[in-house]
Design a binder for this molecule. Structure first.
Ligand code: HEC
Length: 149
């Protein structure tokens, strides 16, 4: 490395260090400000913080209630199964057709068997009956609602 290059490098380094220390605190603050969660604006004002907490709490308890109680069979059927099982589309056993369901119950190994088919699908019956987020309990409730079993 020749002398001029060395000087240039030294200057650049000095500049970098100087600029770095001077700007560092400011940059840190800026970065912190940018990384702040949006809700942080609220934390400065009590009212807003309380409102945020209340909303979070309401959300939590709503989630817990849904998770604990699950959706009813009727809700699941209305939402996911009824399009076929309410109309007999694709020859799906009809809601309320107890005989058709009893036959399948016998042939399919009882409620466990029906649940297994509901989860895995069968022929034109789609896996999970299109209710991707249904729990086993919810699927069983839906099957019971449709079959009367
Ligand atoms: C796209 C139409 C469609 C939707 C949506 C649908 N099913 Fe089905 N389902 C069918 C058809 C068709 C059959 C008959 C399948 C066969 O026997 O080949 C069937 C059969 C079944 C059976 C009987 C299985 C057996 O062993 O005979 C169960 C249980 C069942 N569905 C549950 C559900 C549940 C629960 C939902 C909603 C979460 C649902 N289905 C949504 C079309 C559908």
């Amino acid at each position: 490395m020749n002398l001029i290059k060395k000087i240039l490098v030294a200057q650049a380094t000095a500049l970098f260090v100087l600029a770095g220390t001077a700007a560092h605190a400011a940059v840190d603050e800026e970065v912190a400000a940018r990384l702040k969660p949006v809700g942080d604006v609220c934390i400065e004002g009590q009212e807003c913080a309380a409102a945020t907490a209340a909303v979070a709490e309401a959300g939590d308890s709503a989630g817990e209630t849904a998770a604990a109680a699950g959706r009813s069979g009727e809700q699941i059927v209305t939402q996911s199964c009824g399009v076929c099982h309410g109309t007999g589309l694709l020859e799906a056993p009809l809601t309320g057709d107890a005989d058709a369901w009893a036959e399948r119950f016998e042939a399919g190994g009882g409620m466990d068997g029906l649940l297994a088919v509901a989860k895995g699908g069968k022929g034109a019956m789609p896996p999970m009956g299109t209710c991707g987020d249904c729990t086993d309990d919810e699927l069983v409730s839906a099957i019971k609602f449709m079959s009367g079993l």
